[in-house]
Design a protein around this ligand. Structure first.
Ligand SMILES: [Zn+2]
Ligand SMILES: [Zn+2]
Length: 343
């Protein structure tokens, strides 16, 4: 099979390596499509990362063969999404139901092998618990959104939205717009804060009640105006750096929740008044990765056709044009770029 190895920032090599049979708890999956996430883009741009690196964690494919001890009844040809994240099932966090924080979740699973989720390859060996069946009707290109959607189902759950609440989403990139879609499914009114005019337009098209330019407008004032003077029940930070995050705390109703979904590079400490936490009882929390349950929810949403992701896909590239795909993906105007496999 062919796999892509990022050997240095901006340098991807295609290598031919053997396909191995799955072990007792493993599944061999033929990759049909794989998204290029912001995380891998940071490696490509040299902002973070260590090399050589096997990227590709937004993986959709078909089952080829199944190890003898895999519990789920998987059959060859079955459509699946792969949640490429090791969970040991035995550590404190796994036992506490926080499997996404597993103490043994290192992506480097095979000794002597390069590290990384390894979805930029024609085949992948996944552990049984990483393989989620999908309805046969789901297009593999759309199914690559199982992983990002799973991160967002988890984030939305942490925001504790109730019917009729108002959510403010900071940033309208792919992750911001997935938050918009899921917050609306939760019965929330959504306000978007986004400096880019085209993204604001897209957010309005997808059902935001307002899309505000935080550089030109008084964001806290506008949010108050739109919420009877109170503020939003939940704020989700998906992009914008520390200043946007600091402003996010000024958008909350008393008792509201701010979820730090996005990471900040480089991070700057946040200036917080502890009395705001005391008197206004707001909750400041974060969300990282996906857990088994949020991945299950994401694949259920995709299988049932409840979330349409087509408007978030900017382009598809054949796998072997991965370098051109990365160059397209890192352009600021681009939403998701997906690699497709014809094997
Ligand atoms: Zn991702
Ligand atoms: Zn664990």
């Amino acid at each position: 099979m062919i796999r892509a190895v990022m050997v240095a920032p901006g340098a991807i090599e295609l290598q031919e390596v053997p396909v191995r049979d799955p072990g007792p708890n493993e599944v061999l999956v033929k990759v049909k499509a794989c998204g290029i996430c912001t995380w891998e883009q940071r490696f490509y741009r040299g902002i973070e990362g260590s090399y050589p690196f096997l990227g590709g964690h937004e993986i959709a494919g078909e089952v080829v063969s199944v190890g003898g001890q895999v519990a789920e009844k998987l059959y060859p040809g079955q459509k699946v999404a792969v949640a490429s994240l090791t969970r040991c099932g035995e550590c404190y966090y796994c036992r506490r139901g926080l499997d996404h924080l597993c103490a043994n979740a290192g992506e480097k699973s095979t000794p002597g092998e390069y590290w990384g989720p390894a979805g930029f390859a024609e085949y992948i060996i996944a552990r049984g618990y990483e393989v989620y069946p999908l309805d046969d009707t789901v297009d593999p290109v759309h199914a690559t959104f199982a992983e990002p959607l799973a991160c967002v189902t988890k984030s939305i759950n942490r925001g504790n939205l109730r019917f009729g609440d108002t959510a403010v989403i900071l940033g309208a990139g792919v992750m911001g717009l997935l938050h918009l879609k899921l917050a609306r499914l939760r019965g929330a009114r959504v306000i978007i804060s986004e400096p880019d005019a085209a993204r604001r337009e897209k957010a309005l098209h997808l059902g935001a009640i307002a899309a505000i330019d935080p550089r030109q407008e008084d964001l806290p004032g506008r949010v108050k105006e739109l919420t009877s003077g109170r503020g939003a029940e939940a704020v989700f930070f998906t992009a914008g750096g520390t200043p946007a995050l600091a402003e996010g705390t000024k958008l909350l109703v008393k008792g509201g929740t701010l979820v730090v979904y996005g990471s900040i590079h480089p991070a700057v400490p946040l200036d917080l008044n502890p009395n705001d936490l005391h008197y206004d009882e707001y909750t400041l929390t974060g969300s990282i990765r996906h857990d088994k349950e949020s991945f299950r929810q994401a694949t259920a949403l995709l299988s049932a056709g409840i979330v349409d992701v087509r408007d978030l896909i900017s382009a598809c590239f054949p796998f072997k044009e991965i370098d051109a795909a990365f160059k397209e993906a890192i352009r600021p105007e681009t939403f998701r770029v997906v690699l497709t496999f014809t094997n």
